[in-house]
Design a protein around this ligand. Sequence first.
Ligand code: GDP
Ligand code: MG
Length: 231
Amino acid sequence: METDPGVDVVLPCLDEAGALPWVLERMPSGYRAIVVDNGSTDDSVAVARSYGALVVEEPRKGFGSAAHAGLLAATAPIVAFCDADASMDPQELPRVVRPVLDGRVDLMLGRRMPTSSSAWPLHARIANFELARRLRRLTGIDVHDLGPMRAASRTRLLGLDLQDRRSGYPLEMFLRAWSDGWRIEETPIGYSPRVGRSKVTGTVRGTYHAVKDMSALLSSIRATVLMEATS
Ligand SMILES: Nc1nc2c(ncn2[C@@H]2O[C@H](COP(=O)(O)OP(=O)(O)O)[C@@H](O)[C@H]2O)c(=O)[nH]1
Ligand SMILES: [Mg+2]
């Protein structure tokens, strides 16, 4: 098993008791799991504690609220993010983290590669494809996915001063990092059907809200960056 000392892994969690055992068992050694609970009504908190994870309670709803609470609770030099739904394998984290530890990359993104056709609903793939295309055009970065598995320096992430507390959080992180001149790269990771029910992009409604959040954010940050560039 690989050891990268000093990595905290933020796992936003909303009713993931069924998925957490597999996720937490597969945490590489030297990686500390921080499960951020957002008012789960199942046994997520008890399960997370029984596997030795640090549990953070975040009362404000939203994926970004949870992700950011995890970042604030982290203490390690490197912070990684991963879903708690068993759709991605924590054993792949070292490949995402290593280039950041080595100082070659500032923000490393896991590009989700579906392991079966049911892993990624078609509407979510189309939305993601279109978003990635717009991002490549805007930033020139060869990005194909804004997936949730990612890693960066904790203090530098805090310095981005992220404001989004909903599903735009991963996009805001990418855009602010880009406008601050970070070196951003992506590496393929497996993406399997989640355990349990999706809360974000599993439904057309969830995806609609995610796309709406992200489009608004993209327009506002693009406007800010262009204004800064021309002033
Ligand atoms: N804490 C918290 N976690 C959330 C929230 N919404 C989703 N999650 C978690 O964020 C991760 C991604 O959500 P998921 O439902 O899998 O979205 P999908 O991958 O787009 O289908 C999972 O680990 C969820 O438990 C939320 O409002 N709060
Ligand atoms: Mg998921």
